[in-house]
Design a protein around this ligand. Structure first.
Ligand code: PLP
Length: 361
């Protein structure tokens, strides 16, 4: 029996093949009698797990050799502090584009450590959109410019990357990393919490260009010091071992599905199916984001009659379509189509929407 589909924004579902693999491999006993849960983080067995995850990720993203890949404990919210603490150096300013909920959270946190300049924001009403790609306000004395290419809660995605010149571009790619190819060399630093597309909660991947590690960071706690973690291969202290093992399995699974090109093609089919159904519903369902700026990963939509939102959520749940409510800041509906969501799940959702419309339309 199909256990249903999980459209949650995070933690997300995992591919069934990854859950099966985890069930056998994580509980298997090595020669010393230990399972993956019991291996010392400095030991050979976990060392191999870590090296495998790093090599696979480097391969999938074609990460250039002058970048470090770190697997750090904690979520993306920790990086909201670690990024300014590690990269500010002698500068006093940092620039942030305000594109919605998660960038605003990052801005608030950065404001505790530095003067934040808002590089850009979208000033219009509905339909919603990403900030315009120019002009951007980047002060001379600016350590980096931060963007959130996919706004998970707002359902907004940038149509292209901004040109920040010599200012290093830093991106919170928590909800979009490994959903499509990405040119790492355009960024100074990328970070993504694992629980959306890379496995389970508790770990964040940081990919940082070598030259950015040289800046002094006197206030950084040692466990949060990118330089120390880079120098010690993410083992300056105990890393989230099981989350790293799961990420390695996710990377293997993605590689087997034609890598990032395969993920992107599948995501585009899923997103087109759902947005087309919304747009073809004669206004019964509607998407508040402008077509060129709609996130393929987090599809935000709503019912023209808001009083039907709860009945729709109940109707969908009865059919095994779970967690379709919008972010608490916005209400409405949202379907997250992360890598693990099979195309059949989106077909089931579109059928459910049509049936609901026939009943209530
Ligand atoms: C989910 C999410 C976060 C928050 O991640 P935590 O691991 O809960 O701190 C931050 N940024 C984006 C873009 C997200 O989607």
């Amino acid at each position: 029996m199909n256990a249903g589909y999980n459209f949650a924004s995070g933690p997300s579902g995992l591919p069934a093949a990854v859950v099966e693999r985890a069930r056998t491999e994580l509980f298997a006993r090595a020669d010393d009698g230990s399972t993956a849960f019991e291996q010392p983080f400095t030991g050979e067995a976990f060392g191999a797990t870590l090296a495998h995850a790093r090599a696979r990720l480097k391969d999938l993203l074609a990460v250039p050799d002058n970048y470090h890949i770190l697997f750090l404990a904690g979520g993306a919210t920790q990086q909201f502090s670690m990024v300014p603490l590690n990269l500010l150096g002698d500068a006093s300013h940092v620039a942030y584009a305000d594109s919605g909920h998660w960038s605003q959270r990052a801005i608030r946190e950065a404001g505790r450590y530095a003067a934040v300049t808002i590089a850009a924001r979208y000033e219009g009403e509905r339909p919603l959109a990403a900030p315009p790609l120019s002009p951007w306000c980047l002060p001379d004395d600016c350590a980096y410019c931060h963007i959130t290419p996919n706004e998970t809660a707002d359902g907004i995605a940038y149509p292209a990357l901004p040109d920040c010149g010599a200012v290093p571009l830093v991106a919170d790619v928590t909800s979009c990393l490994l959903t499509a190819p990405l040119e790492v060399a355009r960024f100074g630093l990328l970070y993504a919490a694992a629980q959306k597309n890379l496995g389970i909660a508790g770990m964040t991947v940081v990919i940082v260009r070598d030259d950015l590690l040289r800046r002094p960071a006197p206030l950084v706690p040692s466990s949060c010091d990118y330089r120390a973690q880079a120098a010690q291969g993410s083992r300056a202290n105990t890393p989230p071992t099981i989350a790293i093992a799961l990420a390695g399995m996710m990377f293997d699974w993605i590689a087997q599905q034609d890598g990032l090109a395969g993920m992107q093609a599948r995501l585009q089919r899923k997103a087109a199916l759902l947005y087309d159904a919304i747009d073809a519903s004669g206004g019964f369902f509607r998407a508040p984001v402008a077509p060129g700026h709609r996130s393929p990963v987090n599809v935000r939509f709503e019912l023209a009659r808001p009083e039907l939102t709860t009945p729709f959520l109940d109707y969908a749940a009865q059919r095994g379509l779970h967690h379709l409510h919008g972010h608490s800041a916005f209400g409405g509906l949202r379907a997250s189509l992360y890598n693990a969501m099979p195309e059949e799940g989106v077909h089931a959702l579109v059928t459910c929407m049509a049936d609901f419309m026939r009943r209530y339309g």
